[in-house]
Design a protein around this ligand. Structure first.
Ligand code: E4P
Length: 229
């Protein structure tokens, strides 16, 4: 796979959506958070186990404690679920300590709730595998979220930090395009935004016309019982 491969994660804990999207072959991983898990009404550990069986790539599962010892214990407990579990920690001092300790265990860590380049720099120094800057939530308060992505990419490139920039809080296809133009490593996309990316009224209209014209020819591509042998 090319060094320049852009990964697509699905931002949901809805296993039916994940199974459906994974069948397209376009899904490289999954991100969940406590709010997304709460929406499913299911047991957290069970949901993570199920998702890890649906995709081969990283599946982010977030700790919910806020103190270092408990975050570390939760992270290590979640990591036992499957080899592709990525431990998600919030960008707090205790979260960064947890990131360092769990990364040193050889387990992938996704540092979430990142809203500044300074925070992203600390996450990289703490050994994070992924940093999750939230573009949509920054846009919501009048700050251009994608400017933060550009800053983080530049800073990481200056020092060859291996931490991957995972663009989160994506609200529409334009965020995905902006992330791709900037060369972000990963974008995590809600299922509805993925659908919005492939749907286009001109595609539907064009296909309807092509099929109507094809129908008039009376031909089939595959042989039928009445076709000559
Ligand atoms: C990222 O991992 C988060 O789960 C997510 O992108 C948050 O998005 P929101 O701002 O739409 O809640």
């Amino acid at each position: 796979m090319s060094e320049r491969y852009m990964k697509f994660f699905v931002d949901t804990a809805d296993t039916a959506e994940i199974a459906n999207l994974a069948s397209t072959g376009l899904v490289d991983g999954v991100t969940t958070n406590p709010s997304l898990v709460a929406k499913t009404g299911k047991d957290f550990l069970e949901v993570v186990r199920e998702i890890c069986g649906l995709v081969d790539g990283p599946v982010s599962a977030e700790v919910t404690a806020t103190d270092f010892p408990t975050m570390l214990a939760e992270g290590r407990h979640l990591a036992k679920i499957a080899d592709n579990v990525t431990i998600k920690v919030p960008l707090t001092v205790d979260g960064l300590r947890t990131c360092k300790a769990i990364s040193d265990d050889g387990i992938m860590v996704n540092v979430t709730l990142c809203f500044s380049a300074a925070q992203a720099l600390l996450a990289a120094k703490a050994g994070a595998s992924f940093i999750s800057p939230f573009v949509g939530r920054l846009d919501d308060i009048g700050i251009v979220g994608t400017d933060l992505i550009a800053d983080i990419i530049q800073i990481y490139a200056n020092y060859d930090f291996p931490t991957q920039v995972l663009v989160a809080s994506v609200r529409g296809p334009q965020h995905v395009i902006d992330a791709a133009k900037l060369g972000a490593d990963v974008v995590t996309v809600p299922p509805g935004v993925i659908r919005a990316m492939y749907n286009h009224p001109l595609t539907d209209k064009g296909l309807t016309a092509f099929l109507a014209d094809w129908e008039k020819t009376g031909q089939t591509i595959l042989p039928t019982k009445s076709s000559p042998a």
